[in-house]
Ligand binder design. Structure first.
Ligand SMILES: [Zn+2]
Length: 268
């Protein structure tokens, strides 16, 4: 682990228990899961409504490294749901402000600020990053499809979430496992086309984004710790008005060009 100055300092068992005692006390978690988490590196795409909560819970729980990709500046309309920022941050770069806020929360975590995920740059980041997981918290379908393709090619697990209006969804795609891809496919199997989706028109309550994001964070933490994650075989769908979660089984779409091409490569 690295502290705020970049120095590596292992916490003693006593420090570990003082800091993370509440989660270490869980029989399913304990020290083995904590150590796995402390060696985990995650790339988070989008430090907005979803990313604020996902980044906060990963950093608070003691992840090893979090790289935050976002190219936007903080605007007033963000503050209703993006709680990493305040009015003093208006006009400032989200990735840097998020990094600074989160570093205060947990100086033990290595946190890096990256620019927006560019389709040309993303494969290089994934090749160099040694990530155990990519958490896609972006706000548009076109980027989700680009991230899906890049993670598939790099064989890095992808935890994708989206929220719009009163609806949200979370799904985990374990691209490090070819049999998982062959059986359950990829994000494009579920949502193959980039559709117009904008919370300026569709509207959103901050608390709805929070429910979906905390579920995404929980699935990320369990996956990194090696615990069961229902979202790796299903898509979890949330209806905020009816206060209902549904778990829908996933199957690969045999016509999906994204994972179809990947499976062809795997078989040659
Ligand atoms: Zn697919």
């Amino acid at each position: 682990m690295a502290d705020a100055t970049g120095d590596t300092k292992a916490q003693t068992a006593e420090q570990l228990w003082r800091h993370y005692g509440r989660q270490l006390a869980l029989p399913e978690w304990g020290e083995p899961a904590q150590l796995r988490l402390q060696h985990a590196k995650v790339l988070l795409i989008g430090a907005g409504g979803l990313g604020s909560a996902v980044a906060t819970y990963l950093v608070a729980a003691g992840i090893g490294q979090l790289d935050i990709s976002d190219g936007d500046q903080v605007s007033l309309s963000n503050l209703q749901r993006q709680f990493l920022y305040g009015v003093a941050d208006l006009g400032l770069a989200k990735n840097r402000r998020a990094q600074q806020r989160l570093q205060q929360l947990n100086p033990q975590v290595q946190i890096r600020a990256l620019p927006a995920a560019d389709p040309q740059q993303l494969p290089a980041w994934l090749a160099a990053g040694d990530y155990q997981l990519v958490a896609d918290c972006c706000d548009n379908q076109a980027t989700r499809l680009v991230v899906n393709q890049a993670c598939l090619e790099a064989q890095i697990p992808l935890l994708s979430a989206a929220v719009s209006g009163w609806q949200g969804s979370v799904a985990l795609f374990d691209f490090s496992c070819p049999s998982s891809v062959a059986e359950r496919g990829c994000y494009a199997c579920l949502y193959p086309y980039a559709t117009a989706e904008d919370c300026r028109q569709l509207g959103i309550l901050g608390a709805t984004a929070g429910v979906v994001a905390t579920t995404q964070a929980l699935e990320a933490l369990k996956f990194l710790a090696g615990l069961p994650t229902p979202s790796d075989s299903r898509v979890l769908r949330f209806d905020a008005l009816g206060q209902r979660w549904r778990q829908l089984a996933r199957q690969r779409d045999r016509d999906c060009v994204c994972c179809g091409a990947y499976l062809c490569m795997e078989n040659h």
